[in-house]
Design a protein around this ligand. Structure first.
Ligand code: MLT
Ligand code: MN
Ligand code: ZN
Length: 317
């Protein structure tokens, strides 16, 4: 068995976002009986879970919504048969230090063993923030991942989980809360700030790519994912300026380190010629028109062969 579960498909803030009254967020608040109900499905913040055996799961990013995500997915409930305290979550891997990808670690306290992987850079950020010491180091070993070196993912006790992960840098930006204005246009970003993961199932050799942040589809990046069975790609925005156009903020997608879906150089166009088996957009911002069922943008994305992820989507390889 090689299974990926979408725990959270929205970008930072989720859908609806607590302080947002945009059309998507208003529609996502509709209740049963309301004519708008179901036109925009609520989504929690960005995270996947993957398993090689159906029993032990690896979280790819840990969102602030992880408590509810576990509650919503029986696969992640504790098994009473193994004693009073248990979790199927055996490891977690971070792709950056964004709030939507790391703050959920604070929820996973309580002296529960699992292994935590991130680049040295991101491990340094966690180390520098004493609040993450709620993850008792006696139970939660933290391991630095080196770029471009595949490794066997292991649980807290060191048992391999049947998955091999290769982390690699992609164009992106340091987490918003770590930006250094004085460092110039890249805000002090380094390669280890934004990574993608290639996850391989040891038993079958099948693999998928996970890239919740991608600022540019460079030739090197496209070569890496060419012919992949499955890609979960950054679906933050539809256009570069949609936050401005919808009066939700001044930042462009480029300023936030994200490549829009549409347009000549967008993700849909860039990945179209790469012969990818299945393409799924994740990390979708609440400003994105594809979130509205049957919107023209949604129809275009689907016609181009993309799935717009929802929480709970399962993909088996
Ligand atoms: C992003 O992906 O751009 C960040 O999650 C933004 C944020 O921290 O809200
Ligand atoms: Mn994010
Ligand atoms: Zn909104």
């Amino acid at each position: 068995m090689f299974k990926v579960l979408v725990l959270g498909s929205a970008a930072g803030g989720g859908l609806p976002q607590w302080n947002c009254a945009c059309e998507n967020c208003r529609t996502a608040r509709a209740q049963p009986g309301d004519p708008d109900f179901g036109r925009v499905k609520p989504r929690s913040q960005s995270s996947l879970a993957v398993t090689a055996d159906g029993r032990r799961w690896v979280l790819l990013n840990v969102s602030p919504d992880v408590r509810q995500q576990i509650q919503d997915r029986p696969q992640l409930h504790p098994d009473a048969g193994t004693g009073p305290r248990h979790t199927p979550i055996a490891a977690a891997i971070l792709t950056n230090a964004d709030v939507d990808h790391s703050a959920g670690l604070l929820v996973l306290r309580e002296s529960q063993p699992f292994r935590l992987y991130a680049t040295q850079r991101v491990q340094g950020v966690l180390q520098a923030n004493a609040i993450f010491n709620v993850l008792n180091p006696d139970f939660v070993p933290r391991e630095a991942m080196a770029l471009n070196i595949p490794f066997a993912v292991r649980d807290g006790a060191g048992e391999p989980l049947g998955l091999t992960v290769e982390p690699f840098a992609v164009p992106g930006k340091v987490a918003l809360w770590l930006e250094q204005e004085e460092a110039g246009p890249d805000f002090g970003s380094v390669a280890e700030d934004t990574i993608a993961l290639k996850v391989t199932h040891d038993a079958s050799g099948k693999s998928f790519f996970y890239l919740p942040g991608l600022a540019e589809a460079t030739a090197e990046f496209c070569d890496r994912i060419r012919g992949a069975d499955l890609v979960f790609a950054d679906g933050t925005t539809w256009t570069n300026d949609e936050m401005q156009a919808r009066k939700l903020g001044w930042k462009t997608a480029a300023r936030m380190g994200h490549l829009p879906m549409s347009g000549e150089n967008g993700t849909i166009a860039a990945l179209a010629p790469l012969g990818i088996g299945r393409k799924v957009f994740i990390h979708i911002n609440n400003s994105n028109p594809v979130l509205m069922e049957n919107s023209p943008e949604r129809q275009t994305a689907e016609q181009e062969g993309w799935t717009i992820a929802e929480d709970g989507l399962e993909v088996s390889l």
